[in-house]
Design a protein around this ligand. Structure first.
Ligand code: 5GP
Ligand code: ZN
Length: 114
């Protein structure tokens, strides 16, 4: 855990979140400032800044969780589609330096990609 990382603090329960999934490697919760209803963040429990920093087993677990959470998030808000992606590095727009995948449910005519 990185003491000054808000996502580590969420995993530790020190900052409240709306948890939607958790297992030994992965934690998923609703984004506090959602781009759309059901916007979910999927993160490794352990602190890693970038995708390439992840150990193989953690990367595999993260992908497996996203694989299952995409249809779950869409179904939860009755969305027909979603954007799924990572900002990877500060210059890409990554504001929280703890790997996180965005799952953003999308609807017809909702204004385009985030
Ligand atoms: P980034 O720009 O780093 O890819 O995305 C960071 C995301 O984390 C943003 O969508 C932002 O709304 C979300 N976020 C930042 N702080 C918190 C928090 O304390 N709780 C939750 N649930 N989401 C947060
Ligand atoms: Zn962290």
């Amino acid at each position: 855990m990185s003491d000054d990382c808000i996502f580590c603090q969420i995993v530790a329960g020190e900052i409240p979140s709306h948890t939607v999934y958790e297992d030994d490697h992965v934690f998923a919760f609703l984004d506090v400032n959602p781009l759309a209803p059901g916007h979910t963040l999927v993160i490794p429990r352990d602190h890693h800044e970038r995708l390439n920093d992840l150990p193989d087993d953690t990367a595999d677990a993260l992908y497996a969780a996203i694989h299952d959470l995409v249809p779950a998030a869409e179904a939860a808000v009755d969305a027909p589609a979603s954007n799924v992606g990572f900002n990877n590095g500060e210059e890409s727009g990554q504001e929280v330096p703890h790997v996180h995948g965005h799952v953003v449910p999308r609807f017809a005519d909702d204004g385009g990609s985030p």
